[in-house]
Design a protein around this ligand. Sequence first.
Ligand code: WQD
Length: 328
Amino acid sequence: MKVLVTGGLGYIGSHTVVELLEHNYEVIILDNLYNSRIETLSKIKEITGKNASFYNIDATDFDSLNELFKNEEISSIIHFAGYKAVGESVNFPLKYYSNNLISTINLAKLAIKYNVIKLIFSSSATVYGDGESPFTEIMPILERTNPYGETKAICERILIDTYTANKNLSVTLLRYFNPVGAHESGLIGEVPNGIPNNLMPYITQVAKGIREKLLIYGNDYETVDGTGVRDYIHVVDLAKGHLSALKSNKGGINIYNLGTGKGTSVLELVKTFMNVNNVNIPYEFVDRRPGDIAISYADVTKAKEELNWESKLSIEKMVEDVWRFENQ
Ligand code: WQD
């Protein structure tokens, strides 16, 4: 009964591997190190005192994946591996479509071939497009504004159709809101590539003096203070959500939002970061960022009722853990 975790050395993947090992699952990590580091493997060992097997395989390489499935008895898959930079996806759409779709198709094919019981997919709140919060799982999927988001919506569709034709494979689609934070040990966390697009890694780089100031995209939204509102969720809570999804014996297709159900504005997050960590974050208001919506937060009722999971960690804890990781 082994769990294959693709992208298991990445940001969310590594935190999930920690939770799985701590709950005595046998874990196989697959990662091509495109946006992750091999050192994370030893950090995972340091945190848990346990080993996961590791394969440096690209999930788009069907033959190598097939060998892996042939040799290991995999009962579940958690599929994190994928490209995730929104801006880059606009400039290189084919890179995103081919990587994110082919890896998912390969895993779905092999899941059927090798009688895998459950496939859990890393989806995103981005599939709700510019709909109205709180987002519930039954809301229609709206048009995405970038190819990255589109790959998430298409992969959801691919997996739903795969289940419809192969009812022995149950499929769970987890729609993440805004993952932030790091492991309490300070050993693993988010390591962005290049100039960060996302708010939290940008804040930490400004706090460290790597960047001069934070540009806040818009202060004229209809929100508490005019800045954009998002549902930030601690990555450890998010990782635990995967554990609950894995344990659940509800078969079929299941879709869950993983968020806190609470919105926090950009300014609120920045101020909390400054207060909790006692650092200054110079900022300036600039125009809205194209494609952004004013408010995004989750309705988390379904995950609570069906998975018995809910987020526990506060915004204060998120910013504290990020800063500890940055200063290791
Ligand atoms: C949060 C808020 C910005 C940067 C994106 C993707 C989504 C998912 C997560 C994952 C917004 C504001 C940001 C900055 C700012 N992708 N902001 N200055 O846009 O909710 O979601 O990341 O892999 O698919 O779309 O997250 O962190 O970019 O922005 O003012 O320098 O911070 O306008 O209100 P977003 P974000």
